[in-house]
Design a protein around this ligand. Structure first.
Ligand SMILES: C[S@@+](CC[C@H](N)C(=O)[O-])C[C@H]1O[C@@H](n2cnc3c(N)ncnc32)[C@H](O)[C@@H]1O
Length: 290
């Protein structure tokens, strides 16, 4: 622990940074500052202006116990319990995937398409925290969004995030995406969107420590990482309206095979968007046939 008696805000921040850095946490500066802001409400400007102020002892203890948790590799997002995505707050914790910046790219693809459609019907498959579904529902208040998810824990977060953001136009459907398209027999959608699990099963254990805290069910895309794209494209293509869009987030190197699946189901105008590292991060296609 930091020994919180008579510590200033600045010394709390510096000690936090030092402890994290010694433990091998790569972004120790960012993480210490983020925790400082979370616990003390002090951002970098406040630190510059009021860094010499004495830190409340009780809050300081909580700050350092969060630092201890972070030292184990537990993601910052699970420690603070929420994360921002597309400008909206999402509650997160163990058992639900942390929304990623990369996923904002597939939401941007959706925005470009939905802005020309009145009262769009959207389904977000493998919805997790609801990051995609809730953001779309908030940006398009006239939309009707279905968020489909299988994990009970994730559904719990999904429901809380709908409430937190007042996204009344989202309905939750708990079901297995590989089996339940038949439950939507009489329905079709302007947009079917998904960020499914897409990591190859045998790669998961080799990934950075933070990912080991996230649910395997949210990551595991089968032997070649493409299991969910194959099944979703096959089973849900018919649920896309004529002129409607199917949009996926994909992993690095997955654009080509997934684009091939989408084209094989009769979608045209199959495109990608690049992420900040230059990887093809999305696949989207438009349905031309009924
Ligand atoms: C990569 S995460 C994406 C979560 C969220 N859409 C996002 O972008 O942050 C994949 C999600 O798929 C869910 N999932 C895994 N298998 C599923 C299945 N068979 N049916 C429905 N959801 C499933 C996981 O629980 C997880 O929430």
């Amino acid at each position: 622990m930091g020994g919180c008696k008579n510590m200033t805000l600045e010394s709390v921040y510096k000690k936090g940074r030092e402890l994290l850095s010694e433990a091998g946490i790569p972004d120790s500066d960012f993480d210490s500052l983020y925790l400082l802001e979370h616990f003390f409400g002090a951002d970098r400007t406040a630190l510059i202006l009021h860094g010499e102020r004495e830190a409340d002892e009780g809050i300081c203890e909580r700050f350092f116990s969060a630092v201890e948790e972070r030292k184990t590799g537990k993601p910052l997002q699970y420690i603070v319990g929420k994360w921002n995505f597309m400008g909206y707050d999402f509650l997160v914790g163990e058992g639900v995937l942390i929304p990623r910046d990369d996923t904002e790219i597939v939401v941007e693809t959706a925005i470009g398409y939905l802005k020309n459609i009145k009262n769009p019907k959207v389904i977000d498959l493998c919805s997790g925290s609801g990051a995609i579904a809730v953001s779309i529902a908030k940006m398009f208040p006239d939309s009707e969004v279905t968020a489909l998810e299988y994990s009970d824990t994730a559904v719990g977060y999904l429901e809380k995030n709908i409430k937190l953001n007042g996204a009344e136009n989202v309905r939750v459907f708990r079901g297995d995406v590989t089996r339940c398209s038949e439950s939507f027999e009489d329905e079709s959608f302007d947009l079917v969107i998904s960020n499914p699990p897409y990591i190859q099963s045998d790669e998961i254990d080799t990934l950075q420590v933070e990912l080991q805290f996230e649910p395997r069910m949210a990551l595991d895309g089968g032997d070649d990482g493409l299991y969910f794209y194959r099944i979703i494209t096959e089973k849900w293509a018919a649920k896309v309206k004529k002129g409607g869009m199917l949009a996926y987030e994909v992993g690095e190197e997955q654009f080509e095979p997934v684009a091939g699946m989408v084209e094989a189901q009769g979608f045209c105008d199959v495109k990608y968007s690049l992420d900040l590292q230059g990887f093809k991060r999305t696949v989207s296609g438009v349905r031309t046939e009924e």
